[in-house]
Design a protein around this ligand. Sequence first.
Ligand code: ZN
Ligand code: FE
Length: 251
Amino acid sequence: MFTISFIPAFKDNYIWLLTLGQRAAVVDPGDAAPVLARLEADGLRLESILITHHHADHQGGVAALLERWPAEVFAPASESITGCSRPLRGGETIEVLGQAVRVMAVPGHTLGHLAYLAPGALFCGDTLFGAGCGRLFEGSPAQMAASLDRLAALPEPTLVYCAHEYTEMNLRFALAVEPDNPDLRARVTLVAARRAAGLPSVPSTLAEEKATNPFLRCGEAAVIAAALQQAAPDRSKTAIFAALRAWRNNF
Ligand code: ZN
Ligand code: FE
């Protein structure tokens, strides 16, 4: 299995770097410069590029990387992705640095959004964040709620490698939803300490997300009650999710 580290990009993006010896793959290289610098510094050869969705902060560096390295580009078939050589729809198993990686369709943030599942490690782009989830730019609340359900059904120790450092902001919202959740309060303290020390808040585990992420807790009484206060029309998971997402958009 490859080793996972991160390359910071832009204001709050993480480009995940997978390495096995001198072989490398990257997930969502929105910017090529920091990736090229890291590959150079560590003497790595780029073999594979994994793209979760079409937004520029996730694929903007692909063209420049391909000028330097003949890498294969795994990406959503239904989205416009520079240099895509391996179009995917979800359900496939691909090989990345000799490791089998499962491809999951997780529509919501965008319609073709993919997540990549290696043993114990989920690369979920802008679908699931630390204590939050992506905005619905293209999909419906029902689609996103179903996508999050499928991610939440993965093994609890799975590490969640999302694409942005949004956790502290998301935790403030989560506390507004569930002020009495003790796991959430503990996570706020933990994440504040990590960020103060200059460390990323991610990856988290799915177990942590299920205990503290309101968007994975649409069946919990406290979350339902909070969403009903925000004018959720009924207690269905989709209605609760939609009310939370709308609330978060204006938070
Ligand atoms: Zn995005
Ligand atoms: Fe993004």
